[in-house]
Design a protein around this ligand. Structure first.
Ligand code: ADP
Ligand code: ADP
Length: 222
C-alpha cells in the first residue's frame, strides 16, 4: 500500500484561486518522484497536502494506511513527526546552533532525546558526509554543506517519506548533483522521496514525474 495517497483532493485560496483541482496521487516506499510544472501551477500546495501542512477543501488523504478524516489529532501529530520529513530550498537551519545541535533539536521536537538522539544524529550526519563539519554553525558552511545539514536533520528520524521543495535550487551544478545523489540514495534505502523541481535534468533522474498544470496533475513515467 502507498505511504501517501491523495484521492480527489481540491484546494482553493481566497478569494478565488483554485490551487489544486481533483488531484489523485499515490507515493510508494522506495521510489523517487519529481513534481514539475510552471510557477503558480500548484506544486507547493501539492507538497503541503502530502505533508499534512494544510487541509484540503475536498477529497481524502490516506497516510500510512490511516485516513486523515477519521484519524485523531494525536495520530496526525505522530504522522507529521515520525512519518514525514521536509527539505526546503532555504534550509531553515537554526543559525545559533551547530550542525549536530540542529539535528538533535529536530529529534527532540519529535520526541527522541538522550543517547538514542546522539546515535541517530551522528549516523545522519555521517550519511551526508558532514562529520568533519558537525561542530560548525550554518553561517560558516557552503551552500552545499548547508543543504546536506538540512538533509541530515530531515533523515535523522528515518522518516518513511521525504518531501523536498527545490532542494537544489540555490546550488551550483556540481553541488546540486551531490545533493541529488544523497536524495536518490534515500529512495534506494526504502524512503519515498518526493522532489519539487524546476530542473528537467533532475526530474529525469527520478523514477517518475508528476506534472502539475493549472492545479491538475498528469502522471508520466521517467
Ligand atoms: P515556484 O517554486 O513555482 O516558483 P514557490 O511556491 O516555491 O513556487 O514560490 C512562490 C513564489 O516565490 C514564486 O513567485 C517564486 O518565484 C518565488 N520564489 C521561490 N523561491 C524563491 C527564491 N529563492 N528567491 C526568490 N523568489 C523565490
Ligand atoms: P507552485 O508551487 O507551482 O508555484 P503554488 O502551489 O505555490 O504553486 O500556488 C498555486 C496557486 O495558489 C498560485 O496561484 C498561488 O498564487 C496560490 N497560492 C498558493 N499559496 C497561497 C496562499 N497561502 N494564499 C493565497 N494564494 C496562494
Amino acid at each position: 500500500s502507498p505511504e501517501l495517497q491523495l484521492i480527489g483532493v481540491s484546494k482553493s485560496y481566497p478569494p478565488a484561486t483554485r490551487a489544486l483541482q481533483d488531484v489523485s496521487v499515490e507515493i510508494f516506499a522506495g521510489e523517487s518522484v519529481a513534481i514539475v510544472g510552471p510557477s503558480g501551477s500548484g506544486k507547493s500546495t501539492l507538497l503541503a497536502m502530502l505533508g499534512l501542512l494544510e487541509n484540503p477543501d475536498e477529497g481524502r488523504r490516506v497516510i500510512a494506511g490511516l485516513d486523515t478524516d477519521t484519524a485523531s489529532e494525536r495520530e496526525l501529530t505522530r504522522l507529521r513527526r515520525t512519518h514525514i520529513s521536509f527539505v526546503f530550498q532555504a534550509f531553515h537551519l537554526l543559525e545559533h546552533l551547530t550542525v549536530t545541535e540542529n539535528v538533535l533539536h529536530a529529534l527532540q521536537i519529535r520526541g527522541v532525546s538522550g543517547g538514542a538522539a546522539r546515535t541517530a544524529a551522528t549516523e545522519a550526519i555521517r550519511s551526508v558526509g558532514l562529520q568533519h563539519r558537525s561542530h560548525a554553525k550554518p553561517g560558516t558552511l557552503s551552500g552545499g554543506e548547508r543543504q546536506r545539514a538540512a538533509i541530515a536533520r530531515a533523515v535523522a528520524m528515518q522518516p518513511r517519506v521525504l518531501l523536498c521543495d527545490e532542494p537544489t535550487g540555490n546550488l551550483d551544478t556540481t553541488t546540486a548533483e551531490s545533493v541529488l545523489q544523497l536524495l536518490l540514495a534515500q529512495a534506494d534505502a526504502g524512503t519515498a522521496v518526493v522532489i519539487v523541481t524546476h530542473s528537467p535534468e533532475l526530474a529525469a533522474r527520478c523514477d517518475r514525474t508528476i506534472r502539475v498544470l493549472d492545479g491538475r496533475v498528469h502522471h508520466a513515467a521517467a
